[in-house]
Design a protein around this ligand. Structure first.
Ligand code: AKB
Length: 316
């Protein structure tokens, strides 16, 4: 069957690269990107529509126009910004999701992708090798909205017949588009500052370990999950997924192997520290490995080399 794909919130860190991958896979004419912000550069043949995910009738018009078979809903407010604008974060993250799910039922969309996050875990979740199923008491608006979203996603599958696929993304490290408003963003900013200034002031303490994933792995994993036969999926809320866990200090040491003069300092009293402290240091992702053969390809050393090479040649 010919696929027709709409990505909502396509101009962010993940959407930018997912759009490229989906265009390569399904053809440029079969992928529509949409976002509330205009894209920086649109290549020949790429289709873009301005869209506010809170405007349900605008989403409906897009569904009528393009008759999508797959929808990727990436529009969301992340953890750090969500604590500054809790009402807006809740509204965007929950009502954006509900709008898409309701219309997906009405327009019989075959498959939906919606990302959850490690933010669904909280201070009473196990800190290391955090299991798919465990105590979950998120204490950020973002995390609460993602956990509520997971419950909704499962409900819509059981009660409305949708096929929704989801991953609990850890921090995503990439060089093409910068992240914004997250707690894991330091792990991208550090590379920019290492190359531009030779030094970085980290907003998390040196020993704050967090689960991370390189973008190449994130995209590959997402496409793999979307391709997996429905019968093989044992988790219909959202899959734990991880690549590698490290602290700012460990990342800085790895960067120093390539840029020996790089230095790092640590700021104190940043509100993002409390968010990071409430999240797992590492994640257990065996259901993803068993159900759809998930296996990350990038460890800390490999992603550090790749980030520096690509930022040097393509960006900075
Ligand atoms: C954030 O830091 O808010 C995100 C996430 C882990 O979902 N990168």
């Amino acid at each position: 069957m010919k696929e027709s794909i709409i990505i909502i919130g396509a101009n962010g860190q993940i959407g930018t690269e997912l759009a490229t991958a989906l265009r390569e896979k399904f053809g440029i004419e079969n992928v529509v990107t949409s976002d509330i912000r205009e894209p920086q550069n649109l290549k020949d043949g790429e289709i873009f529509e301005t869209l506010n995910v809170l405007d349900k009738s605008a989403i409906e018009s897009l569904f009528q126009k393009y008759k999508p078979t797959q929808v990727y809903l990436l529009a969301a407010m992340l953890s750090a910004t969500g604590e500054i604008y809790p009402q807006k974060a809740w509204d965007l993250n929950m009502n954006g999701l509900l709008n898409v799910l309701d219309l997906a039922v009405e327009y019989k969309i075959s498959k939906i992708f919606w990302p959850s996050s490690i933010a669904v875990f909280g201070p009473h979740s196990p800190k290391t090798n955090t299991d798919q199923y465990c105590v979950m008491d998120p204490n950020t608006i973002y995390g609460i909205s993602k956990l509520a979203g997971e419950r909704l996603v499962e409900w819509y599958q059981e009660n409305r017949g949708l096929d929704i696929r989801s991953i609990r993304y850890p921090g995503i490290i990439s060089w093409k588009a910068e992240p914004g408003g997250g707690t894991t963003d330091y792990a991208v900013h550090i590379f920019y500052d290492a190359l531009k200034k030779g030094t970085y002031e980290c907003f998390l303490s040196e020993d704050t370990a967090l689960p991370m994933l390189y973008m190449d792995d994130a995209i590959r994993g997402t496409l793999q999950l979307m391709d997996a036969p429905k019968e093989s999926l044992t988790i219909r809320s959202s899959y734990n997924l991880t690549g590698v866990s490290f602290t700012p200090k460990e990342l800085a040491e790895e960067i120093k192997k390539i840029l020996p003069n790089f230095t790092i300092t640590y700021s104190e009293n940043d509100p993002r520290q409390a968010i990071a402290d409430s999240w797992p240091a590492s994640i257990e992702d065996s259901p993803a490995r068993a159900d759809w053969n998930w296996k990350p390809a990038f460890d800390l050393a490999k992603l550090t080399v790749d980030m520096i090479e690509n930022l040097k040649t393509n960006k900075i």
